[in-house]
Design a protein around this ligand. Sequence first.
Ligand code: ADP
Ligand code: MG
Length: 695
Amino acid sequence: MYSVAEIFGIKVFNDAVMKQRLPKETYRALVAAMGIGKRLDIVVANVVANAMKDWAIEQGATHFTHWFQPMTGITAEKHDSFISPTEGGNVIMEFSGKELIQGEPDASSFPSGGLRATFEARGYTAWDPTSYAFIKDGVLCIPTAFCSYGGEALDKKTPLLRSMEAINKQTLRVLRLFGHTDVAAVKTTVGPEQEYFLIPREMYDRRKDLIYTGRTLFGAKPPKGQELEDHYFGVIKPRVAAFMKDIDQELWQLGILAKTEHNEAAPAQHELAPIFTTTNIASDHNQLTMEIMQRTARKHDLVCLLHEKPFAGVNGSGKHNNWSISTDTGVNLLNPGETPAENAQFLLFLAAVIKAVDEYQDLLRISVASAGNDHRLGASEAPPAIVSMFLGDELNEILDSIKNDRAYSAGEKQLLKVGVHVLPRFPKDTTDRNRTSPFAFTGNKFEFRMLGSSASVADANTVLNTAVADVLRQFADELEGAQDFEASLHDLIRRTIREHDRIIFNGNGYDDAWTKEAEARGLLNLRTTPDCLPHLLAEKNIALYTRHKVFSETELHARYEIMQENYRKVVRIEALTMIDMARKDILPAVSRYGASLASAVEAKQKIGVNAAYEQETAAQVSELTGEMYRRVLHLESEMQQLESITDSTEQSLFYKDHILTAMADLRRAGDQLESLTAADFWPFPTYGELLFGVR
Ligand code: ADP
Ligand code: MG
């Protein structure tokens, strides 16, 4: 057994290793490039590559790969070995600076939304030196961004890095106004809490729906669900504990700060949270975490489900994206602070986030949109599809007093003047009690809770960084020209709160009354993916992204196409899987069951004994079998209808309005049959077996 400190980061070419293994000048040049996100000089790259290769070979690596995050949402890698032939039929192990900083994967099969014409089907990957290289399964992985030859982003990391640059630039302008000339760089930080289900592998292997789509498409409610609330933070079963221990070991070796593991609300549901880190690294780490969770589960004869809603009637899985802004001098800009000056600064950043969330509700909603997450948002278990913010009573009262030029009532009554008074202290832990809010202030960070469990955090943080950067730009423009800084600051904060406090909601987000109130406030309620996606191309959003060079207009159109296409593909696969399960498994099974009941009736009647159970059940089964068959035919005919729709946006809407409805009808018939059918006739493991099967 090793201690955590001994194994932590041993598979990472991190700062300590670089310091130890690189010549001083090379190390300094690399660190300088990392700090400002600059491209590495080839001479430096050659030295780094060689040291990296030697280190990797010592760790048992034989191959290297540029590791990237294409628009599929998962990571991609193509392994190349270090070997290079020499004279006399021998090989040496080689890795050049060029191979380190740039790769050319054949990119033609990755989604590009039409960005890459076939004649230039190759893309290139470029090292993100701010994210350390690491070893996974004997392969040296180099975290990279992935672009087309025209320079268009084909991945999730490129826009994320661009958005970090945007918020760095604008935040520095604001900090200069407060006299912070010592700050050289600002980065956003993220700590994603990851939910997941663990189910027995032998059950998973017998469910086509889980295998093909990641979620159950049929499944009657089990006698016990999550109503007893006995799973949340409950004792962890030994098999699950062994899995979690394994995960922690793996993640620690990769330098991932896995911190807490606990049971979640639903049976078989768990959560893993790391300690937060710089956003692009947190995003890489979360991708790695999801991959390792799935792989490690297999080793324990379990399957880790990352789908947002694997089971109907049981809580789905989300990912809470904790987000803040920090300076390279170690100051968290969303920390309320102790002095009047710190508080003025805090209130300005707070106001910036409020305005950003209000103005870009649509983009935040889009950043969490997927066919899977549509089943979760608004299902009274996850935040609704309406974006709103929770600030907590104390902070709310402070904002109210600023907004209305009113005395703040807690403690000694004082008129709160920004930049003059100390903020009344508010206890941190009272701010985190509203679990129903999509976007909650939790003391020194915001927690964005609408993400689905399988999402890459890159999308949501790209939106957050860019939207807040843009508001800070406007703030800096205004304040840089101010005659009286203090007065202008107060005025700006007050005006921002007045204009945007409709986005603040401290009540129960799961309540139906909120939907009505939100509508009255003019907030968006974009319930599904096809509803929200068109907003991506709204003029204000194109203007935002192009102004900060996060996306070009062409890139945005491409993303729009990819997201639409992905939605259609997912629902299509689900519909086809349902038809397959119904026709090949369920209908034949219930038909056999009906026949066996019928022959029992016949046999019993022959000897004149009571056959009520068999007779009545046979009648019900036959009735429902006919019903289910009709539903299958209907879903098939709806799928046929699709063929005649040529416009892709129309197609997405048809999937949402017709296909998903036909699927729900088919499921209802199937689930009723499941409740009626003898266990040994039913072709699939039940919800009970899936959810309570790990013992
Ligand atoms: P909970 O939400 O369960 O109450 P915590 O307060 O411990 O839990 O935080 C949850 C997550 O928020 C953790 O991943 C933590 O590292 C992260 N977090 C804490 N501070 C920050 C910060 N300044 N920036 C980003 N994430 C943070
Ligand atoms: Mg949380």
